[in-house]
Design a protein around this ligand. Structure first.
Ligand SMILES: NC(=O)c1ccc[n+]([C@@H]2O[C@H](COP(=O)([O-])OP(=O)(O)OC[C@H]3O[C@@H](n4cnc5c(N)ncnc54)[C@H](OP(=O)(O)O)[C@@H]3O)[C@@H](O)[C@H]2O)c1
Length: 351
């Protein structure tokens, strides 16, 4: 059941543990360390070995919390972290800080969180070195981190076709592209996923549940809290005032609320027909795509984790998957082929 990441030799479970909520913070609210410890222990017991964090998640406390939960269990886990593009002027310094927070001397996978371009830097801005390192310089440094034993394999996140081609041209083995993919975020199907398949770069989809939406958490757009509503799925005004101005909506687009909230009852109906939950249907739909190695879901409780693990064992009938493809097409058409779900399409950081 485990899937290899590119040709790295690293094997991961089809369900990846999203840890963005670990450590709490304004985006996700409180998350107790006791529950994080229980979730991580239960995950490892059930063979869910892949833990995805980043230096920017809750200003480092996601890494700290994960490090505590994996104490004494480190070798059973595949730990992935990511560096912010704005910090690429000092990759080793930022990697060392992540390792300290994670209480480990290596990460299995180290990813560039976003491509290094002026737009991405603007969003991550303020912190770190504003100098724009060359792509080749970044990937050379990452490879030196592998040689030093601090990193087992190198990956990217949120890379588009041109950006992937640039990265591959440096000669660096890139084993994974982690990027948003779910029933209402399908842009990567156009160009990015086919290129990854052709180049043997594993695609790990993030936000399997579109931050709770595809678990049926919200009956209407008004119910979605501002942090979760700051993506292009929603109209601009909903994603403002969540407590962290850096996470306010900035896309100035109309969103696809009508299409999404017409789709959700259909997903609920199909899930009921299949005898599964809407969250499970959403996870199972992602996993039946041939280009997907693993899908990340942020599990806040052991009960959610168990439900999501069970979803990895569901073989969705092809006709059902095709029906969901067709039903979700209007959302994809409305949001377009930009895989950046936060910036206006004109300003997409992914190309
Ligand atoms: N590389 C990147 O740029 C990037 C971007 C985004 C995310 N990620 C990664 O992907 C991971 C997953 O994304 P995400 O956490 O943002 O969103 P997500 O996985 O789509 O949604 C997580 C939320 O869904 C709810 N949930 C989970 N399982 C459920 C179930 N079985 N039933 C009902 N509700 C359920 C929980 O909501 P409640 O809080 O309401 O319980 C949870 O907070 C992140 O944690 C992060 O590691 C990476």
């Amino acid at each position: 059941m485990l899937r290899e990441l590119g040709t790295s030799g690293i094997k991961i479970h089809p369900l990846g543990m999203g840890t963005w909520a670990f450590g709490g913070g304004s985006y996700w609210g409180e998350q107790s360390q006791a529950e994080v410890n229980n979730i991580c222990a239960a995950a490892l017991e059930r063979g869910v070995n892949f833990f995805d964090t980043a230096e920017v998640y809750n200003a480092g406390t996601s890494e700290t919390s994960l490090g505590v939960a994996l104490r004494g269990k480190r070798t059973q886990a595949v730990v992935a972290s990511k560096i912010a593009p704005s910090n690429c002027g000092d990759i080793e310094g930022h990697l060392d800080a992540s390792l300290r927070r994670l209480q480990t001397d290596y990460v299995d996978l180290y990813m560039l969180h976003w491509p290094v371009n002026p737009l991405a830097l603007k969003h991550f801005g303020g912190e770190g070195d504003a100098r724009l390192p060359q792509v080749s310089e970044i990937f050379d440094t990452l490879q030196r981190m592998v040689q030093k034993g601090k990193v087992r394999a190198i990956g990217v996140s949120n890379f588009g076709k041109t950006q992937l081609e640039e990265a591959l041209a440096t000669g660096c083995p890139v084993c994974i592209n982690e990027i948003a993919y779910n029933i209402v975020s399908r842009a990567i199907e156009a160009e990015i996923a086919p290129l990854c398949l052709a180049k043997n770069i594993s695609v790990v989809g993030s936000m399997a549940l579109q931050q709770g939406l595809l678990a049926g958490a919200f009956a209407a757009p008004d119910d979605v809290p501002p942090p979760q509503a700051h993506s292009r799925h929603y109209q601009q005004s909903r994603g403002v005032g969540g407590g962290d101005p850096a996470q306010d909506s900035r896309h100035n687009e109309a969103g696809a609320e009508a299409e999404i909230f017409a789709l959700l009852p259909e997903l609920q109906r199909i899930a009921a027909e299949q005898g599964i939950t809407t969250a499970q249907l959403s996870v199972a739909w992602v996993l039946q795509k041939p280009f997907i190695a693993s899908t990340l879901a942020g599990c806040r409780t052991v009960a959610q984790l168990e439900e999501n693990i069970a979803a990895t064992e569901i073989a969705l009938p092809q006709a059902v998957a095709a029906q969901i493809d067709a039903l979700s097409l209007p959302v994809w058409q409305k949001l377009g082929d930009s895989a950046d779900y936060y910036e206006n399409r004109r300003d997409s950081r992914i190309f």
